[in-house]
Design a protein around this ligand. Structure first.
Ligand SMILES: Cc1cc2nc3c(=O)[nH]c(=O)nc-3n(C[C@H](O)[C@H](O)[C@H](O)COP(=O)(O)OP(=O)(O)OC[C@H]3O[C@@H](n4cnc5c(N)ncnc54)[C@H](O)[C@@H]3O)c2cc1C
Length: 293
């Protein structure tokens, strides 16, 4: 099927894109990699009258290290994240999430910003930004604001962004140097969205107890969740196999997954528990290896 008729606009700067968004209001949509929006337009679920293509705005595509943070422009493609030495070195779980997205074609076109704003309940980046306490920088005619990851996702396919706001940058604070993280995903077949996914970053103190922890999960509800109960359980304790099992039980009890073609709610709860336990164990293994190296 073909999309409904639309006018194609191609701003070359962020300020031009903001003006266009302001001018056309609810009738306009930003086009990033088009990997979610274009299929929706073809199915006529989305029918924007104006399509504002932001892919030529070079100010939105970068990966840089600055003041103890990694800053990624919203138009950074999944493949750029997957292949970034800087990200692999500093926040490997972000590379792991990017490389788990779809297939090569999707990763070549799709963007970090598009993936986050699309807010698919089974998307991969949500868990990662929550585990790492990332921040979303946005701009609108009213100026700039920063939204913490914990406040960004409001409902399935819905975020805290206003209709005239552009996500410009995602800011990842460097995790503690004594910590290590991982993103693991359970999928039906390679390239599919997650049945369940878990991002876990664990720091170990001198005595081997968990000194810092960040946990985000996908597939537990309509939005990615910061697993605060699991973080509280692990914080300040020696992480044993029994504690990992307890974390799995906690997440399973609290989960309210959406039943869909990827599985029933009860199956997804068990899958989430299993993938979280695996992610905690792997993150711990990496943190211990780092400590003893
Ligand atoms: C076959 C297939 C498999 C996939 N598998 C996965 C997967 O396993 N895991 C996963 O996480 N994702 C998956 N995706 C989705 C993929 O990651 C998309 O790239 C992503 O969801 C949307 O990114 P995009 O850049 O293509 O955005 P677009 O499709 O261009 O836009 C998506 C939405 O975000 C808005 N938007 C985009 N950028 C901005 C911005 N900077 N500011 C404000 N609004 C903005 C658009 O207006 C639109 O509403 C898959 C997609 C396909 C087609």
């Amino acid at each position: 099927m073909y999309p409904a008729v639309f006018e194609y606009l191609k701003p070359s700067s962020i300020s031009e894109a903001i003006t266009l968004l302001q001018q056309h209001g609810e009738d306009a949509k930003l086009l990033a990699g088009g990997q979610s929006l274009v299929p929706m337009m073809k199915l006529r679920i989305a029918r924007p009258r104006y399509l504002i293509d932001i892919h030529r705005i070079s100010d939105l595509n970068y990966i840089r290290e600055q003041a103890g943070q990694i800053r990624c422009g919203a138009m950074t493609r999944h493949v750029q994240i997957e292949e970034s030495e800087l990200i692999r070195d500093r926040v490997p779980m972000l590379c792991e999430a990017a490389s788990a997205i779809g297939d090569a074609q999707v990763r070549n076109r799709g963007t970090l910003g598009g993936g986050l704003v699309e807010a698919d309940p089974s998307g991969d980046y949500g868990a990662v930004v929550l585990a790492l306490n990332a921040q979303m920088k946005c701009i609108s005619p009213r100026g700039e604001r920063v939204i913490p990851a914990a406040d960004f996702f409001t409902f399935a396919y819905t975020t805290a962004l206003e209709s005239d706001e552009i996500l410009t940058e995602v800011i990842f604070p460097f995790p503690d140097s004594n910590s290590a993280g991982v993103y693991l995903k359970l999928e039906r077949v390679a390239g599919d969205f997650a049945i369940a996914g878990a991002a876990v970053q664990i720091g170990l103190g001198q005595n081997g107890v968990c000194s810092t922890v960040g946990v985000g999960v996908t597939g537990a509800a309509t939005i990615p969740q910061k697993a605060v109960s699991v973080e509280s359980l692990l914080q300040g304790k020696k992480i044993t196999p029994q504690l990992i099992d307890e974390a799995g039980r906690l997440i399973q009890e609290g989960a309210e997954p959406i039943e869909d073609t990827r599985g029933s709610a009860s199956y997804k709860k068990k899958a989430l528990s299993a993938i979280l336990r695996r992610a905690i164990a792997e993150s711990l293994r990496r943190a211990e290896a780092k400590r003893s190296s």
